[in-house]
Design a protein around this ligand. Sequence first.
Ligand code: ADP
Ligand code: MG
Length: 543
Amino acid sequence: MMELAQEKLNIIYGYQKFREGQERLIYQILNKQSSLAIMPTGSGKSLCYQIPALILDGVTVVVTPLISLMKDQVDSLKHLGIEATYINSTLTSTEEKERLHGLKRQFYKLVYVAPERLAQAKFIDITKRLNISLVAIDEAHCLSQWGHDFRPSYRKIPDWIQQLKEKPTILALTATATNKVKNDLMSHLYLDDDQLVSTGYARSNLTLTVLKNVERVSYVLKYLKANRHSSGILYSTTRKDVEMLYHQLKKEGLSVTYYHGGLSEAERQMNQEKFLFDEASIMIATNAFGMGINKSNVRFIIHYQLPRTIEAYYQEAGRAGRDGEESECILLFSPQDIRTQQYLIEQSNQDPDRQAQEYENLQKMIGYCHTDACLSEYILRYFGESSSKPCGKCYNCKTQGQLIDRTKEAQIILSTIKRLRERYGKTMIAQVVVGSSNQKVKQWNLDDVSTYGLLNSWSLKETTSFIDYLIAEQFLKPTNSSYPVLELTNKALYVLKGQQKIEQRIRENIESVSEDDDIFLILKEKRRQLAKEKQLPPYYIFS
Ligand code: ADP
Ligand code: MG
């Protein structure tokens, strides 16, 4: 059967040979072995269910979260002469009827649906009797509540599968899954370890950069002007910033369009197409944009602010260079972004477990901005790939900066945490060492805390930044709770004993924070307002 698969690849798709992972997955599927595929963005996951769909007798149902992209995918399949269709809410009732009828007759080889559809009585009724040989679950991380994009409707997939006449083969596909997400997916889909195909997370054609405290608008302007002829995406956290950037950059004569959850369906569709068909070279968007987008020539992804998790970041950044060509992923970081994300976490989740997890994820993301080590390695480690080596081309690998001995400062902070018996979080510890006159700090009997004020030459901001650095380098570990408390790791004990030096590489002037605290004040005010209204102001609905 693999010869047949090879033939389809050559004749229908016109590709020479399979890419890493594709062949094994197709082999497993053709042998009715359900599988989980973890393969980077752009590695060709779609082929892994499309080719088996052509070879197996029955229908292949493809579950995908994005209605707006079903049409594109189906159109390109039809172009290749494959009978495919989609069933979603954009159809007229006549169209829907026709397609359901076609489905009943097994006219289609591939049918794309959104997960919500699987709970619809009419759909269940038809599919119950059908010969469904394969169910492909695209963007499968949406099924895990530990994933960065959990969609409760994905949980309906296993129930729907249960009701089918015969158990189909399942192929779940994703580009981003931490170990926790992976295990969650495997248990929901009843898969074993030997059913997993993972080609790893490394994307060697991406060059990663983190820039701290740059003047963002002017940086972005300069970059975009210098890269006028390339296509790229500029991600921002809030709708408001997306619109601000859109108007600013447009005024500068750049070829831009924009996308966020506040636009109408028609506007989103139109702007997305402008970008996809190179009518506009730069897309400015919130994280609502991009899942499943297959634009191969994206040369750069700039994050205007800190994203919330490494998974979200890597997925967004991974939209660059799907054609394998060299591409850049730049993250602009400023400490105030942390507060914005904390605020969003506070507002978006009631469940304390979930919130604690989100804080932990955010801390890992902050760690990415503070680490001295290779950025690519940091990400691969996060996904559980421990054997990776420095990439040699990311910003951290490329720039030397200056090594500064920070052992003394680290000792002050670490011993403060120890003396206070590891019961406090970042801000409190920073306040103690800089000698803050904050009432809460003053209330204590500071005779016990001999390190009070020992770092008074540092600002609170510098100190919390340095604590973030100590976390990133694993001298400290925040506990897994809504209000994380800092604990010392074994590595920290060596520093306290004077057996290990801490040298921080300073690449730019971290101390000169260019933006002020306005956002913080706005957030505080919003919070007060929210407590009154108990609802989210539109500005902060961020996607
Ligand atoms: P993913 O879903 O993993 O992000 P896609 O399935 O959208 O990636 O594929 C990305 C691109 O790679 C598509 O343009 C696809 O046609 C192309 N592609 C897939 N497999 C191969 C292959 N074996 N040889 C060449 N190109 C391929
Ligand atoms: Mg895909």
